[in-house]
Design a protein around this ligand. Structure first.
Ligand code: ATP
Length: 389
């Protein structure tokens, strides 16, 4: 099996999309008599600043030989990529059909969790002897190589069914029937997730950017995402594609502890909340963690959190057991007493507080979710979940 990796082909303004390019590559392979085994959409480190949007890279697995595979990919990138955008630096890498070398697998794992350089990608491509092509600074070689290693590097795959717009409609407002999207989302939930955001009333599956995607349906299995897509009424669709993805898997998280965190990475950390939360403009909630580190100017952004322990009592002035009124201080370190009844207590007493918050996992709503972050409804968490939908 030959694996074609492609990345960095699109532009925020001009609107292309590497998934579309991969879908076109797959179509071209079939026209040449080749078979396409799968298309892999891998989300790399979400903290990479060069990313256009969601830091995606694509791999197409085919039985075409490496030479012809490179020719097809090179032709597609050459004609479709938004290379005139100064920030777009495409790269294509082709791995022939042998077992995936361990360093390539490791490169894919690291590309999701840390920051890599073009030089390192080039060295690895040279040592494996992979065919490749680059445009401009060729930064896309990083993502293209990572996409090649992804299939062996990750597990727990999810699926996305993407519908693409007809060329002449791109850049114009999308026509997708809102009610049919919400009904389809209900039909597919929870095996299909992040289709809509009910709280916001928005169709999360329909992008706003000017690219070729009409909508993308994400879920646990190909049948469900296709079933949701079949129930959506919309403008005519140019083509559709099903991608195997690491979306919704938390593949980017590593273990860490507060005070030892580095920018540009994502962690699982434990902490103790030390101030009451305050809601700022735009609904962002801020609070302080004990022993706070100095990441991103001192702010950690939470994708999800688990409430492990709650403060459920507070110290309060005791009430008189006879008359029910608050006791008064009997003087420094002398406890409390009720002058009228003569009752006393040695100090403040513990009272229960009513907490609206329960133990367990909470998350950001679907409209704020990172592509790679695992929605709670997918399960596998170690405490009760409070999913947003
Ligand atoms: P698209 O819709 O095209 O997928 P995108 O949001 O995925 O857009 P890209 O245009 O692909 O963004 O830009 C991401 C760039 O960052 C690519 O050149 C890719 O090779 C590079 N990159 C990805 N992961 C890393 C990493 N871990 N370290 C360094 N560079 C990376």
């Amino acid at each position: 099996m030959t694996v074609i990796g492609i990345d960095d082909t699109d532009s925020r303004e001009r609107g292309m999309c590497t998934t579309y390019l991969a879908a076109r590559v797959a179509a071209r392979i079939r026209e040449e008599g080749g078979a396409v085994e799968r298309r892999v959409l891998v989300r790399l480190n979400p903290a990479i600043e060069y990313k256009t949007r969601g830091n995606a890279a694509l791999a197409v697995h085919t039985d075409l030989d490496a030479e012809r595979a490179l020719a097809v990919a090179r032709e597609a990138v050459g004609s479709l990529a938004a290379t005139d955008d100064p920030r777009t630096h495409p790269g294509v890498v082709v791995a022939p059909g042998e077992a995936m070398p361990e360093p390539v697998i490791e490169f894919a794992r690291r590309a999701v969790r840390e920051r890599l350089t073009i030089d390192e990608a080039r060295r690895l491509i040279d040592s494996t002897g992979y065919r490749h092509a680059g445009w401009k600074e060729s930064r896309g070689l990083i993502g293209a190589l990572a996409a090649i290693g992804a299939w062996a590097a990750f597990g727990g795959w999810t699926y996305e069914h993407i519908a693409y717009r007809e060329a002449h409609r791109r850049g114009t407002p999308r026509t997708v029937d809102h009610e049919s999207v919400f009904a389809a989302a209900d039909w597919g939930y929870p095996a299909a997730w992040d289709t809509v955001d009910r709280e916001e009333g928005s169709a999360v599956c329909v992008p706003h950017a000017p690219g070729p995607i009409l909508y993308g349906i994400r879920g646990d299995d190909p049948e469900t995402v296709r079933g949701v897509a079949d129930r959506i009424e919309s403008e005519p669709v140019e083509r559709t594609g099903i991608f195997v993805t690491n979306q919704g898997t938390d593949a980017h998280l590593r273990e860490g502890s507060v005070g030892e965190l580095r920018d540009g990475r994502a962690y699982r950390v434990s902490g103790t909340v030390s101030t009451p939360p305050e809601t700022g403009r735009g609904g962002h909630v801020f609070f302080t963690l004990e022993d706070g580190g100095s990441v991103s100017d001192g702010t950690l952004k939470l994708e999800k959190f688990a409430v492990r322990d709650l403060v459920e009592t507070e110290l309060a002035v005791p009430s008189c057991p006879d008359c029910g009124r608050s006791m008064e201080s009997a003087g420094r370190d002398q406890g409390y007493r009720c002058r009228d009844c003569g009752t006393s207590e040695p100090g403040k007493i513990e009272c229960e507080i009513e907490r609206a918050l329960g133990r367990g996992w909470y998350e950001v709503p679907p409209c704020a979710r990172r592509h790679i972050a695992k929605p709670l409804v997918r399960g596998g968490f170690d405490a009760p979940i409070h999913p947003e939908r």
